[in-house]
Design a protein around this ligand. Structure first.
Ligand code: ADP
Length: 200
């Protein structure tokens, strides 16, 4: 069995920077966000189920998912969110498992901003939290996306709190310095995961 590391962190914490570093070391990365987008692409069974459940208004004229309309609806109506998740989560999980099983690197990473919230950590052997203060998260995310501070604060509030994630994660990396400092800490963890993957 391949050793699976779950990688998570709030918006702007440095998850993508960490994933990229692991990929550069030859470690394969499965990105839950990408899978979540793939399962609702045109022609996918989950998209048909979404249309059958919510109605034609969830589709754009070209047949693709109208993300903003659906987002607005589930924001207003928690039961709609539950219905959507009941459709998409099992499909996302199946696809993630297939991709993890197909990996050929010494260990494999599942990166997901909602690793704990969606119980995807159950699929992993160990979890690593990339952690940063809210000030740093806001600074980095606004610089990267050009989003305003209120939007980023809203996203942070909707995500699981730092302290809860710290309590759940096996390893926590505080990404509060330069990128070189991030990479140094990742290197030590990478060596540990390589050793653990040999034992598993
Ligand atoms: P996430 O994927 O967790 O939302 P990213 O990895 O995209 O976060 O990081 C957010 C932004 O901050 C990116 O532009 C990234 O290059 C930058 N960044 C991440 N860590 C550091 C760091 N230690 N020092 C400087 N910039 C960083």
């Amino acid at each position: 069995m391949t050793f699976i590391l779950g990688l998570t962190g709030g918006i702007g914490s440095g998850k993508s920077a960490a994933s990229q570093w692991f990929e550069n070391q030859g470690i394969q990365v499965v990105d839950a966000d990408i899978v979540a987008r793939e399962v609702v692409e045109k022609g996918q069974p989950a998209l048909t189920q979404i249309r059958n459940t919510f109605g034609d208004w969830v589709l754009l004229e070209n047949g693709e998912l109208n993300r903003s309309a659906l987002r607005e609806q589930i924001f207003k109506d928690p039961s709609a969110r539950k219905q959507l998740e009941d459709i998409t989560h099992p499909t996302i999980r199946t696809s993630i498992v297939a991709q993890l099983n197909a990996s050929t690197s010494p260990y494999v990473i599942l990166v997901s901003p909602l690793l704990f919230e969606t119980n995807q950590h159950e699929l992993t052997n160990r979890t690593l939290l990339i952690d940063a203060s809210e000030e740093l998260q806001i600074h980095r995310a606004s610089k990267r996306d050009g989003q305003n501070i209120e939007q980023i604060q809203k996203i942070i509030l909707a995500q699981m709190s730092r302290s809860k994630k710290q309590a759940l994660a096996n390893d926590t990396l505080l990404n509060d310095g330069h990128l070189d400092h991030l990479y140094e800490q990742l290197k030590a963890l990478h060596l540990k995961y390589l050793a653990q993957s040999e034992l598993s």
